[in-house]
Design a protein around this ligand. Structure first.
Ligand code: DGY
Length: 434
């Protein structure tokens, strides 16, 4: 255990940059990514609070005037990543940061619960509460941005307008949407596939769709209302909304600790009530016994089961009874004895691809969310299995980005994929071991 902790710290420390933030992985991801930074801060909090705080403050320094927090902050000019700042052109949006170039996309809103986690880990509560006091309004402003701009039907559920916003980039969930799109064949040079085996990354055609959605958003200068009207991709995602709900809950508790923020607590409670209700009302599928997706553009549910389908446990969303049903689905579809938990996409589906990024491989951040969620509902055995599987995958292979869920492939030594020395794999193993 001590050796694993030392190695994990080494991964984080080596990915730490002079600018005070941490890259997800050398070569493949040379900038600051939003949800990565959140998970990374949790790892640092266990042994270097300065770095944990710096991770959050550098990210929030790039917040836009409307509360938006971008998914990538291009701190440097390197052209080793595609698509970079010159493609995204966040400066098209009138309220974008004047200090940093970024994307005009978001990523799952993890910062609320990350701040609370830092507070719990901290041995110096006074210091941490002061730090949280300096940052919390920015996170609140971000939640307000979501509810005001990304919930056109005023349902309490927010939309994402790009698969990169989901965090689960090439999940089969999006395939049907791409089929409705008439994306041109763009000419561009990918950089990811020169660092990682193309078999483990999205295809060229998928990248055409990814770029096409952004081109449309750029035509409208990243205006949210226009995007809601015109984007071919407009989805209510269970993971994204569960992270927002979990973060609402943390903000309520942190504001209570800080005192005198009743107006904000009141707003958060209002959002929260509506959101939890609609998650269960609209996104829980009573036949599949899992949370699913809703395609707002094409006005229909997307009835797929992925690891995101179980993340509402982390936010306390399902009733005890529905939680039980979720676990049954998890065990029957994902939990075979020859499988590590938890595949990112339903292994019983014909679209499952065990090597391909978010079409099947196990990701440590989703495992961490699942582990916490299962514990919250008292499913200790399966929670411990998720934790043990995560530790075993890392111990046997190193701190890779994602892993094959098939035990025979892992034991043959070929099941570790994507970038090596991947920051959140290290950060969240540190948290699971503590
Ligand atoms: C990538 O480049 O694949 C990233 O996941 C985008 O956020």
């Amino acid at each position: 255990k001590d050796q694993l902790l030392t190695e994990a710290q080494k991964v984080l420390n080596e990915n730490f940059q002079k600018g005070g933030f941490t890259i997800p992985s050398k070569n493949l991801y040379p900038f600051q990514w939003k949800w990565d930074s959140g998970f990374i801060a949790i790892g640092y909090a266990h042994y270097d609070m300065n770095k944990a705080e710096s991770e959050i403050s550098t990210l929030l320094d790039a917040q836009w005037d409307n509360g938006f927090i971008p998914h990538i902050i291009f701190h440097t000019d390197t052209d080793t990543y595609f698509p970079g700042a010159d493609f995204h052109k966040s400066e098209l949006h009138p309220m974008s940061s004047k200090k940093y170039r970024s994307t005009g996309l978001v990523q799952p809103p993890v910062l609320g619960f990350v701040l609370e986690k830092i507070y719990h880990i901290s041995k110096d509560k006074t210091r941490s509460l002061e730090f949280i006091g300096r940052q919390i309004d920015k996170v609140f402003h971000n939640h307000q941005y979501f509810y005001q701009n990304r919930d056109p039907l005023n349902e309490g559920l927010v939309y994402i307008y790009h698969n990169w916003e989901s965090g689960t980039d090439n999940s089969p969930v999006w395939d049907g949407i791409f089929e409705t799109m008439d994306s041109p064949e763009y000419e561009f040079e990918r950089r990811d596939t020169s660092h990682v085996d193309p078999e483990q990354r999205p295809t060229k055609r998928e990248y055409d769709h990814y770029l096409h959605i952004i081109e449309i958003a750029k035509q409208y200068n990243y205006d949210d209302q226009k995007i809601a009207q015109h984007s071919p991709f407009l989805v209510q995602d269970p993971l994204f909304n569960a992270m927002l709900i979990k973060s609402n809950e943390s903000l309520i508790r942190l504001y209570t600790l800080l005192g005198s923020n009743d107006d904000k607590i009141e707003k958060l409670e209002k959002w929260q009530k509506k959101a939890v209700f609609q998650m269960n009302n609209k996104l829980f599928d009573n036949e599949l016994n899992a949370y699913i997706y809703y395609d707002l553009r094409n006005k229909k549910p997307i009835r797929s089961i992925s690891s995101s389908s179980f993340t509402p446990l982390f936010a306390g969303i399902p009733s005890k009874e529905d939680a039980r049903k979720l676990i049954d689905t998890l065990i029957s579809n994902f939990g075979g004895d020859d499988h590590y938990l938890c595949a990112s996409f339903d292994p019983t589906s014909e679209h499952f691809k065990p090597k391909k990024y978010w079409r099947g491989p196990v990701w440590i951040n989703l495992n961490w969310i699942l582990f916490k969620g299962l514990k919250r509902y008292g499913f200790e055995d399966i929670a411990n299995r998720v934790k043990a599987d995560s530790i075993e995958l890392i111990t046997q292979n190193g701190f890779y980005e994602y892993f094959d869920c098939r035990k025979d492939v892992i034991s043959s030594g070929n099941g570790a994929y994507g970038g090596n020395n991947f920051s959140w794999s290290a950060a969240l193993i540190i948290d699971m071991l503590n």
